[in-house]
Design a protein around this ligand. Structure first.
Ligand code: PEP
Ligand code: MG
Length: 588
């Protein structure tokens, strides 16, 4: 029995057999393309080579120190392999002559080359065979747009264990068969953790070293509340986990009974409590947990795990389904937020040294207006059927908001001339998740209809702490005074300009934050559906008048420690025990 301590990322208790995901194992089926598509397939292959090459170049840049020479040499060798004329020609020939898909052409070329290398005695060539496999896997990953793993062998109630699970991978795991997730990297606000919560699967991330101690088929028990992971637990531990699982189920049942009740404080302050969703499969959870609509629909998930870009019609159908399901409440559709930790290779975005500070979200959309315009047209068409608002992510400057709105106006003009219905008064809002936006919120408020604060990013950009990095998770502090002051600046600007303001970051899963933010008179909180009952319970147990007094003092605290201590004291004073909220009142 081995015990690991990770970061609790999604609530719940799970016990099951391990299913280990190695992201370098690729499963490519023999797929053929039509004769007329052959040249496009060759172009796709060449694009993938380019993307792979720039990824290797970025990796090589990162390895700056003198001790890294060996790895740098390895990456040089990889880059040379990508330029190998024989291999490239062979793959292209397989596409042209045999009509292989680009992925399958790479795989077959790889197998052909590996056979030749295998027959060589020289250990140097044997090593090159390993390199070749690595390079080939990378090209295939880039062609697939995701690291595709076969889950055919995965049994029911499996616990998926991986070093890392990109959000797209998490989204592709068959949820009916997964009991839990354990990863070695990541944090609570990484998109993988967010995805685990949205599909309601218990998860522990940042459990470093776990893959070295675990074999496929081992039994693993995980506690999504505390971050404890036990490999091959003894009978006593198993019984303890089982007891916790039953207690959690009972508690969840009790809390879901709150679904019918409004999110209203004792003294009558009614706040909208909405759901963040990633995929339409989550729509059931809206009624189950009693959400007041959708406060954030992360549309980029519709673009994941596929080779193509969803058409306007496909997007329109999905947005319409989502918005209709949320009625009579509204749905905030966020335009795609890719970049950062979410990649879509079918859009041919080249690798960047600092993806969180790069061509992400609105920046990408303004750079690629054909993608943006298609999405805006689909959102607008769906707005004829539900109460849709549109929101731009990662606004850092007024010019981006103005440019985004110009594209909305252009989409409206087009639809009008085509006679397609839409809501001409659709509200356009922005996420406040970059410090520059919070600081200039008074300016931005005059140009949009609403704000929604994205604390997941606001925290990382304010304190310069990458949100998904478990090594610095201790620095990721929602109660850092700088974060609270920026939130206050945004809410103050919204109120002074008479616009609606919500929060859709994970901060609202912390009960102390619920109190503080209520005190700043927010109109809405939006969170993963599973977090809604806890937030509602907190809201229903406090007085708005108390929250206001608490918030007024909280925004003036000098340090995180001071603020946390103050909030703990106040929470106890108003009768909220620490355990409220599945994350408790911990600092992060
Ligand atoms: C946020 O940044 O807080 C947010 C809600 O958006 P995302 O988590 O998708 O970046
Ligand atoms: Mg964000």
């Amino acid at each position: 029995m081995y015990v690991f301590q990770g970061i609790p990322a999604s609530p719940g208790i799970a016990v099951g057999k391990t299913f280990i995901v190695h992201l370098d194992e690729l499963d490519v089926a023999e797929t053929l393309v039509d004769e007329k598509d052959v040249e496009a397939e060759v172009a796709r292959f060449r694009d993938a080579l380019k993307v792979t090459k720039s990824e290797f170049e970025v990796m090589r840049e990162r390895l700056a120190g003198p001790s890294e020479t060996v790895s740098r040499e390895l990456l040089d060798a990889y880059i040379l392999l990508l330029d190998d004329i024989v291999l490239v020609k062979q793959a292209e020939q397989h596409i042209r002559d045999r009509y292989y898909s680009a992925e399958y052409a790479v795989k077959s070329t790889l197998e052909w080359a590996l056979e030749i290398f295998d027959d060589m005695e020289d250990p140097y060539f044997r090593e090159r065979a390993v390199d070749l496999k690595d390079v080939g896997s990378r090209i295939i990953q880039n062609l697939l747009g995701t690291v595709h793993v076969s889950y055919d062998e995965m049994k029911d109630d499996s616990v998926v264990v991986a070093h890392e699970l990109p959000p797209s991978e998490t989204a592709s795991i068959p949820r009916s068969r997964v009991a839990g997730f354990v990863t070695e990297v990541g944090s609570r606000t990484s998109h993988t953790a967010i995805m685990a919560r949205s599909i309601e699967v218990p998860a522990v991330v940042g459990a470093s070293g776990v893959t070295g101690r675990i074999r496929s088929g081992d039994v693993v028990a995980l506690d999504g509340f505390t971050g404890r992971v036990v490999v091959n637990p003894d009978a006593e531990t198993l019984a303890e986990f089982e007891e916790r699982r039953r207690a959690h189920e009972k508690e969840l049942e009790r809390k879901t009974a709150l679904a019918e009740l409004p999110a209203k404080t004792i003294d009558g302050y009614r706040i909208e409590l909405s759901a963040n969703i990633e995929v339409p499969e989550e729509l059931d959870a809206l009624t189950r947990y009693g959400a007041d609509g959708i406060g954030l629909y992360r549309t980029e998930f519709l673009f994941m795990n596929r080779d193509d870009v969803p058409s306007e019609d496909e997007q329109f159908e999905v947005y319409r389904e989502v918005a209709e399901a949320a009625l009579p409440h509204s749905t905030i559709i966020r335009t795609i937020d890719i970049g950062g930790d979410k990649f879509l290779t079918q859009l041919n975005i080249s690798a960047e040294l600092n993806p969180y500070l790069g061509l992400r979200a609105i920046r990408f959309c303004l750079e690629r207006p054909e993608v943006f315009l298609t999405q805006l047209r689909a959102i607008l068409r769906a707005s004829a059927y539900g109460k849709i608002k549109v929101m731009f992510p990662m606004i850092s400057d007024l010019s981006e908001l103005v440019a985004g709105k110009e594209w909305v106006a252009r989409a409206m003009e087009e639809l009008k001339s085509e006679g397609k219905p839409f809501n001409p008064k659709i509200e356009v809002g922005i996420m406040i998740e970059v410090p520059s936006a919070a600081v200039t919120a008074d300016v931005l408020a005059r140009h949009c209809d609403f704000f929604s604060i994205g604390t997941n990013d606001l925290i990382q950009y304010t304190i310069a702490v990458e949100r998904g990095n478990e090594k610095i998770a201790y620095l990721y502090q929602p109660f850092h005074p700088a974060v609270i002051r920026l939130i206050y600046a945004a809410s103050d600007a919204a109120h002074k300009n008479g616009i609606w303001i919500g929060v859709c970051g994970e901060i609202v899963t912390l009960s102390a934050a619920v109190v503080l933010l209520l005190g700043l008179s927010f109109d809405e909180f939006s969170a993963s559906p599973i977090a809604i009952p806890d937030i509602k319970e907190t809201i229903r147990r406090i007085r708005y008048s108390d929250a206001r007094v608490i918030a007024e003092e909280a925004i003036n605290k000098a340090t995180t420690e001071e603020l946390v201590e103050y909030m703990e004291t106040e929470m106890a004073r108003i009768g909220l025990e620490k355990e409220i909220g599945w994350m408790g009142n911990e600092v992060h």
